[in-house]
Design a protein around this ligand. Structure first.
Ligand code: HEC
Length: 100
């Protein structure tokens, strides 16, 4: 009679080391998405919000720092200096829409 050795030894253990600890944090929401909500998907203006695409960098920066329109108070206050610099550069580099 054949003896069956159930190979339930410790060598069969295989602990899959998942890389869960290396999962990067989700990217911070791009603040320009918020601007688009009011200024339109291409920032070319919508309803009561003027076109801001291709505007002067300093003017955009002023609108987020020293001369904040009241409709933009909440969003402007939530931005960091780095975000304001990045947004001003990014938006001023966008093509200005053709006048309607
Ligand atoms: C809640 C709606 C809203 C959001 C969100 C918003 N804006 Fe505005 N923004 C306005 C309105 C309305 C005006 C016009 C205010 C006025 O003329 O008094 C304006 C004006 C501006 C102006 C001045 C334009 C001009 O020609 O005078 C700039 C620049 C600007 N916004 C940039 C931004 C940027 C950059 C963001 C995103 C960080 C943003 N806005 C988000 C509503 C918004």
């Amino acid at each position: 009679m054949t003896k069956f050795f159930l190979a339930a030894s410790g060598t069969l253990f295989f602990i899959a080391t998942t890389a869960s600890a290396d999962v990067p944090p989700p990217p911070a929401a791009d603040p320009i998405t918020k601007c688009k909500g009011c200024h339109g998907p291409d920032l070319a203006g919508k309803a009561k919000s003027p076109s801001i695409a291709g505007e002067d960098k300093d003017k955009i920066k002023a609108s987020l720092t020293t001369k904040i329109p009241k409709q933009m108070t909440a969003i402007a206050k939530a931005l960091t200096t780095e975000q304001i610099d990045a947004l001003s550069a990014q938006i001023s580099a966008m093509p200005k829409p053709a006048p309607k």
